[in-house]
Design a protein around this ligand. Sequence first.
Ligand code: COA
Length: 263
Amino acid sequence: MEYNNIVVQVKEGIATITFNRPEVLNALSAEALKEFSHALDKINADEDIRALILTGAGEKSFIAGADIKQFLTFNTLKAKSFSEMGHSLMNKLQELLIPVIAAVNGFALGGGCEVALACDFIYASENAMFGLPEITLGIIPGFGGTQRLSRLIGMSMAKEMIFTGKMIPAAEAKDIGLANRVCSQEKLMDEVIKTAKTMASKGKVSVRAAKQAINNGMNVNLATGCSIEIDAFALCFTSPDAKEGTLAFLEKRKPDFKGSLKE
Ligand code: COA
């Protein structure tokens, strides 16, 4: 598939998808969403890729949301299938086998904020602005925003953001636990790549097991979550990495994990 709306690069086992429609602040057209979905499938199937970074072209925006024009053509059924498509895409992103960092380099609004929320965590540039402004358009978030934002920052904070449609700056996003880290625009990608490389240097099986245990355990009761962790912990011992990591510690050397990238 040829990509006209995104750019995919892979360097040293780290993939980057850049949303690339800066003239409309990287708003997500139907075509961009299809390309994004295709790229995620390809990345998930590539055993050599160990982490994914999402970012936006230019210095102003990560993604300013879904393409607003299309809503004029929607009826109830079209809206339902659009939202179902968005949910299945955000689920695919959330369930990617490798860690995904959102490098939010400007506006992350509506669908853009929802893309960031489906990543494993967010680093933001100082000029980043987060928001779910759909209420201002007479609609509500439809790509998982009402659910993922509430689970991440708590119901009251999420309600305030969603009912008012207000945007919050990066520093506030960090204060409420939406962004993990805030850096200058110039340093953002360096910081994100550094963290991606650290994760890529760990054991493939253990990183995957940790991600699945956290994701699958989040929305079940504690006992079920703990039982998910027990199985994930045991799964780590199917890989020689468990022995290698332990031996390396005892032998006071760096572990040489199978298939991992060097830090
Ligand atoms: N869909 C389609 N086009 C969009 C867009 C979106 N979600 N967000 C921005 N654009 C377009 C604008 O229409 C404008 O196009 P134009 O130059 O042809 O008029 C271009 O991107 C630049 O945006 P502009 O509004 O001029 O920039 P700004 O700096 O004044 O404002 C925003 C930036 C992000 C505050 C403003 O663009 C905005 O509110 N966008 C919509 C955000 C939103 O509601 N997203 C949720 C959608 S569900």
